[in-house]
Ligand binder design. Structure first.
Ligand SMILES: C[C@H](O)[C@H](O)[C@H]1CNC2=NC(N)=NC(=O)C2=N1
Length: 108
C-alpha cells in the first residue's frame, strides 16, 4: 500500500517549512511518473480523447474538494498536466505528495 493513500491533507495556513529538495527527491519514488521541476510536482497525463481528459479533470477536482488542497491543471486536446505545490508556504509539503498519490490511484 502506498504510504500516502491512507493519509489526509492537513490544513496549511503557513508557518511550516517546505520540504527540502533532498526529501522531495527521496519521496519522488513514491509517486511514479511525477517530477519535481520549477518548485512544483508535476505530471502529464495522456488520454484517448478530450472527453476522457475532462472526466479525469473532474475526478481530480473531487480529490481537491475532499482534501481541500488544489492543483493547477493545464488541459489540452487529449492531455492534462497537473502541478502541485502548497501555496501557503510557497513550497512542497506532504499534502502535495498525498494528492499526487491519490491522482495516480485514479489510474489503477
Ligand atoms: C485553509 C486551507 O488549507 C487553504 O485554503 C488551502 C486550500 N487549498 C490549497 N491548495 C494548495 N495547493 N495550497 C494551499 O496552500 C491550499 N490551501
Amino acid at each position: 500500500m502506498n504510504q500516502w493513500l491512507d493519509k489526509k491533507c492537513k490544513a496549511c495556513e503557513g508557518g511550516v517549512d517546505p520540504l527540502s529538495e533532498v526529501v522531495i527527491n527521496d519521496y519522488l519514488s513514491t509517486i511514479p511518473g511525477w517530477e519535481y521541476k520549477d518548485l512544483r510536482l508535476s505530471r502529464k497525463f495522456d488520454f484517448k480523447n478530450h472527453y476522457q481528459a475532462i472526466s479525469f479533470v473532474n475526478a481530480v477536482a473531487w480529490i481537491s474538494h475532499s482534501e481541500n488542497h488544489h492543483p493547477m491543471m493545464e488541459v489540452g486536446f487529449r492531455d492534462v498536466t497537473i502541478y502541485y505545490w502548497t501555496h501557503a508556504i510557497d513550497g512542497i509539503s506532504d499534502n502535495d505528495f498525498i494528492c499526487a498519490a491519490k491522482v495516480n490511484n485514479l489510474l489503477t
